[in-house]
Design a protein around this ligand. Structure first.
Ligand SMILES: Cc1cc2nc3c(=O)[nH]c(=O)nc-3n(C[C@H](O)[C@H](O)[C@H](O)COP(=O)(O)OP(=O)(O)OC[C@H]3O[C@@H](n4cnc5c(N)ncnc54)[C@H](O)[C@@H]3O)c2cc1C
Length: 369
């Protein structure tokens, strides 16, 4: 029982010798490492928020209610909270009645209540971080870096009409990272997202952010809201690309109806249309940029793979940039400085930009391109 409660699958198998049976245990954590990753950085982001001073409307701890999409998921959420023994101040399961009281709306299903969940204005957050850093960060806006040239003591970033030298570069330019730093076996993909922006009135008032199959966040004190989001693989110039904003609104309003279990009257103000950057396994890339491994490398580990000196990346944050970026940034900074990593080894491997090359090497299928 103790093993089972700790997340082991326990089987009784035929034994030997004087004993009739032996116990065979296989670790089967209920939160596999890959699924565990997005939960951790949330606390890191809260710490960063605490460090910078933001106007209350730009970062409000309204709480986030993650509604179950059906009764099966609701039961799974409730039992996961019990089994994991999560502190209620972090997350707890709430039934439909408690969920409705928290949201200030009648809701059909319960879900996870994350009391310290925030609604954040990403632009204001970035400005607050820059202000907190002061003169140690210099910003060059409106430049399109065309090339990174290696020099004996570092790198030169070149753009039309200018350049910058630095001993170390961290590439955080989302989908365009591979243009400046090609990485073996990394394939980034753009996933378009369109959010509908709704006027405050006549939307029903909402006391927290709602998530689940879609989400609704009230951005400002006047109650205006963002509702979304689409997840579109068809990009401009490709078959299936949708340039009709109306279709995006219809999809988003259908998500809102499923969330609320009702059809609210809405007034559409506009559309937010942007791209997410996603890796093959949908997890971030953060760390030293890998170089082509020499082959063969039998039994290779991530630490054995060659890297490009002084070149790091932080990208593929997918739909969770605000949550993931602060912790991933600390990880990269720790690697540059040779300090202890803020992530344990298993999680480091999950975000290492060299993981795709290693997978191929281990399967003996690595070919230089
Ligand atoms: C509709 C939608 C809703 C979302 N909702 C949420 C949410 O609720 N919560 C959340 O956490 N995340 C959300 N996200 C995801 C979030 O926006 C991203 O994860 C985040 O923006 C990634 O940050 P980034 O800095 O890596 O990339 P980006 O924000 O894409 O920034 C990359 C920057 O690099 C610049 N750049 C590129 N190439 C060059 C070059 N050669 N030279 C100079 N500059 C260059 C670009 O101009 C850009 O400014 C959402 C995304 C979408 C599309």
């Amino acid at each position: 029982m103790a093993l089972e409660q700790a997340g082991f699958d326990v089987q009784r198998a035929a034994g030997f010798g004087a004993k009739r049976h032996m116990l065979v245990a296989r670790l089967a954590p209920r939160w596999p490492v890959r699924r565990h990753l997005p939960q951790m950085p949330y606390l890191g982001t809260l710490q960063w928020l605490a460090r910078v001073h933001m106007a209350p409307c730009a970062a409000r701890a309204l709480g986030v209610l993650q509604l179950a999409v059906d009764d099966t998921e609701a039961a799974a959420m409730a039992s996961a909270c019990r089994a994991l023994g999560l502190p209620a101040a972090y997350a707890r399961y709430v039934d439909p009645r408690a969920a409705s009281a928290l949201a200030g709306l009648a809701l059909r299903r319960g879900g996870l209540w994350v009391a310290r969940g925030h609604a954040i204005d990403a632009g204001a957050f970035t400005r607050a971080l820059l202000a907190a850093a002061g003169e140690r960060v210099r910003v060059h806006c409106g430049v399109d870096v065309r090339q990174l040239v290696a020099e004996a003591d570092g790198w030169v970033a070149q753009w039309d009409g200018g350049s910058l030298r630095a001993p170390v570069t961290v590439l955080a330019n989302a989908l365009d990272v591979p243009d400046l730093a090609p990485m073996p076996r990394v394939a980034l993909r753009a996933v378009r997202g369109r959010l509908s922006l709704l006027a405050g009135a006549p939307l029903p008032p909402l006391r927290c952010a709602l998530a689940g199959d879609g989400y609704r966040v009230s951005g400002t004190d006047n109650g205006a809201a963002a509702v979304g989001s689409t997840y579109e693989l068809e990009l401009p110039g490709k078959p299936g690309f949708d340039d009709d904003p109306q279709r995006a609104h219809e999809g988003n309003l259908a998500r809102l109806r499923r969330l609320l279990g009702a059809t609210p009257e809405v007034r559409i103000m506009g559309l937010f249309d942007a791209l997410r950057c996603v890796s093959q396994d949908r997890l971030p890339l953060a760390g030293a940029v890998p170089a082509d491994p020499p082959q063969p490398m039998p039994g290779a580990q991530l630490a054995d793979l060659p890297r490009r000196a002084g070149r790091y990346c932080l990208t593929a944050l997918g739909s969770r940039g605000l949550t993931l970026a602060p912790l991933m940034a600390e990880l990269v900074a720790a690697q540059i400085e040779g300090e202890p990593s803020p992530l344990e080894r298993d999680l480091l491997a999950v975000v290492d930009p060299a993981r795709f090359a290693l997978q191929r090497l281990r399967r003996g299928r690595y070919r230089r391109r």
